[in-house]
Design a protein around this ligand. Structure first.
Ligand code: KG4
Ligand code: ZN
Length: 336
């Protein structure tokens, strides 16, 4: 069987569709939402409405540029969760409607599994078992990937996600949402050792970012009290120092996990893996530790439907189809 599958992603603030045929991703259409910037974060209600407005055009373009008609499809896939309930409902309902109209099965995809399976869109792909650090706006996880659909979470954040820490810190210094990429850009040329923000004392392989966020908030508040121009005058050093603290927190757990498991195939996934300091740290540490490192290109790191299509391909081959009454699960976790 060489399945052709249409996949839809709508978990947060990107409306995306992709067509995969015989395991090869044919396109990756993404419509970002620019309605959230002024609020400093994603507004769920606005996200749902923007998905509703954009989804028909996005799916249409994916089908047209893949040169496929509905009759060519063998399945329709969608993101089941985790994500925002209203946003998930838009993609899920659209997928259900299309599956019903075309008479093909539905495939429900776990968004976090899909971030990891983005590694199989292009080669070289990691070999099993590999260790994946998945870092996004909603999640921070260390995962042992034993097979395409067989994964164990061995560490995760107990509070905020690292992307959230980037975005909240950016908001504190007055940068618009999403602030992660801006911190990355302003950090260029800054001194990463000028200011220090503490790591949490989380034991084992779990993460915590709420402490560093609060420390950053108080640090900026006190510094601005003493000098109103502090942020403007020191933005590069502030961004570089914060970025370096967050990257060190991630790297400490990643190195610990690699040593504990003995796995040397090491991968990064999720939106924050677009961060230049994190990419460099993984490659440098990888050389010292003897890892083979894998980092998807940025288009496949941030939210996209190509990764949902890739996951759907593997689920199709295993015959993992969803029942007609399947519903979104906003806090879906691997085991569900
Ligand atoms: O995976 P993703 O697109 O969406 C979620 O599933 O959450 O990740 C989005 C997150 C946002 O927090 C954004 O600020 C962060 O990824 N991000 C970055 C960079 N690019 C995206 N954080 C730091 N540096 C970047 N270059
Ligand atoms: Zn994501």
């Amino acid at each position: 069987m060489r399945p052709t599958i249409l996949a839809i992603e709508s978990s947060c603030d990107e409306t995306s569709a992709s067509v995969i045929s015989n395991g090869k991703v044919l396109n990756n259409i993404i419509a970002s939402q620019n309605v959230h910037h002024k609020y400093g974060g994603v507004v769920p209600e606005l996200a749902s409405r923007a998905h509703q407005r954009q989804i028909t055009d996005v799916v249409d373009e994916a089908m047209r540029t893949a040169n496929k008609r509905p009759a060519d499809l063998d399945a329709i896939a969608f993101t089941r969760g985790p994500g925002l309930m209203g946003a998930l409902l838009v993609g899920g309902s659209f997928a259900k409607g299309m599956a019903w109209a075309t008479g093909v099965p539905l495939i429900a995809v776990d968004h976090m599994q899909a971030h990891i399976l983005a590694h199989f869109i292009e080669s070289p792909a990691p070999s099993f078992p590999f260790l994946c650090l998945t870092v996004s706006g909603g999640h921070t996880q260390l995962v042992v990937v034993k097979d395409y659909l067989d994964m164990d979470v061995i560490g995760e954040t107990q509070d905020d996600a690292v992307g959230e820490a980037f975005d909240k810190a950016a908001k504190i210094v007055g940068l618009p949402y999403p602030g992660g990429p801006l911190i990355d850009r302003y950090a260029e040329g800054g001194d990463p050792n000028r200011f220090r923000f503490p790591d949490s004392d989380m034991p084992g392989l779990d993460f915590s970012f709420s402490g560093v966020k609060t420390a950053f908030l108080y640090f900026i508040r006190d510094a601005v009290k003493a000098d109103a121009d502090f942020v403007q005058a020191n933005l590069a050093d502030i961004c570089a120092s914060l970025q370096s603290s967050l990257v060190n927190m991630l790297m400490n757990r990643l190195v610990r996990a690699a040593r504990q498991t003995g796995i040397r195939e090491v991968a990064l996934a999720g939106g924050v893996s677009a961060n230049s300091a994190l990419r460099a740290a993984v490659r440098e540490q990888g050389q010292r530790e003897g890892w083979n490192c894998y980092i998807p290109k940025p288009e496949f790191c941030t939210d996209n439907a190509a990764m949902i299509a890739m996951a759907a391909h593997f689920k199709f081959l295993q015959g993992e189809f969803a029942p007609e009454d399947i519903a979104p699960v906003p806090n879906l976790h691997f085991a569900d």
